[in-house]
Design a protein around this ligand. Structure first.
Ligand code: PEP
Ligand code: MN
Length: 263
């Protein structure tokens, strides 16, 4: 169902002012985790002013260690909804289990499936039963074939609004947190009508590498970017090292607009 042979024209996902696909590049930005009302409202206004149309923020966090901050849970979802009310940004947030799908649908505009859950087939079917767009992240050890078949689980339930997200894969390399393969973008565009978004924050794990990878992703023809931005990255409760300051995010958006105009 994801194949271009089934449907030659690109799928365009549109929710509020966030448009991803076709000739539209949508930018989703915000903190790794929702941490407080002040934090999420501040950063929402900042990313909106710089041109983002989607707001990211995790309320249920899949952390490597069970002793790390696990997110603000429903309280975090309420804060995301408040930020949407104030800014109009479309809320993109992760759902970790089928049991939470109904709850997430009350607050989210786009359901994010995290990299760790790319092959959680019951979760994929559960979000496939909703009619909210789904941002499906590539598993760090998944082949493109496995990634596309994961998308089929969602499509097969009748939900056609699937956004594919390359967020980096696990390789022998250690200079970056993951290895970000940008050839994924033109390759997937040859195979599928689904839009392709790049996550250079998780893809590199290093804030200084994020702006050039955004420019490169736009040049490669991506349909969107999802970026971690924090009002004070040094104090972030998760993923501070890869989070942009609002100032750097605004400069990055400027550069992206120039690259988009040039390609
Ligand atoms: C995130 O978006 O904060 C996240 C946990 O991403 P991933 O699932 O790609 O690791
Ligand atoms: Mn993160």
């Amino acid at each position: 169902v994801a194949s271009k042979e089934t449907k030659p024209e690109p799928t365009v996902v549109k929710i509020r002012d966030l448009t991803i696909g076709g000739s539209h590049v949508g930018v989703i930005a915000g903190p790794c985790s929702v941490e407080s009302e002040e934090q999420i409202l501040q950063v929402a206004h900042q990313v909106k002013a710089a041109g983002a149309t989607g707001l990211r923020g995790g309320a249920f966090k899949p952390r490597t260690s069970p002793y790390s901050f696990q997110g603000m849970k429903e309280e975090g979802l309420k804060l995301l909804a408040l930020a949407r009310e104030e800014t109009g940004l479309a809320v993109v947030t992760e759902v970790m289990t089928p049991h939470h799908v109904d709850l997430l649908c009350q607050y989210a505009d786009v359901l994010q499936i995290g990299a760790r859950n790319m092959q959680n087939y019951h979760l994929l079917q559960a979000v496939g039963e909703t009619r909210l767009p789904v941002l499906l992240k590539r598993g760090p050890a998944a082949s493109i074939e496995e990634f596309l078949l994961a998308a089929e689980y969602i499509l097969d339930q009748g939900n056609q609004q699937v956004i594919l997200c390359e967020r980096g894969i696990r390789t022998f390399e250690t200079h970056t947190r993951f290895t970000l393969p940008l050839a994924t973008v033109p390759y997937l565009h040859e195979r599928t009508h689904l839009p392709v978004v790049i996550d250079p924050s998780h893809g590199t794990g290093v804030a200084s590498l994020v702006p050039p990878m955004c420019a490169a992703a736009i040049a490669a023809g991506c349909d969107g970017l999802i970026l971690e931005v924090h009002p004070d990255p040094s104090r972030a409760m998760s993923d501070g090292a890869q989070s942009l300051t609002p100032e750097v995010f605004a400069q990055t958006m400027e550069t992206c607009r120039k690259v988009a105009a040039a390609v």
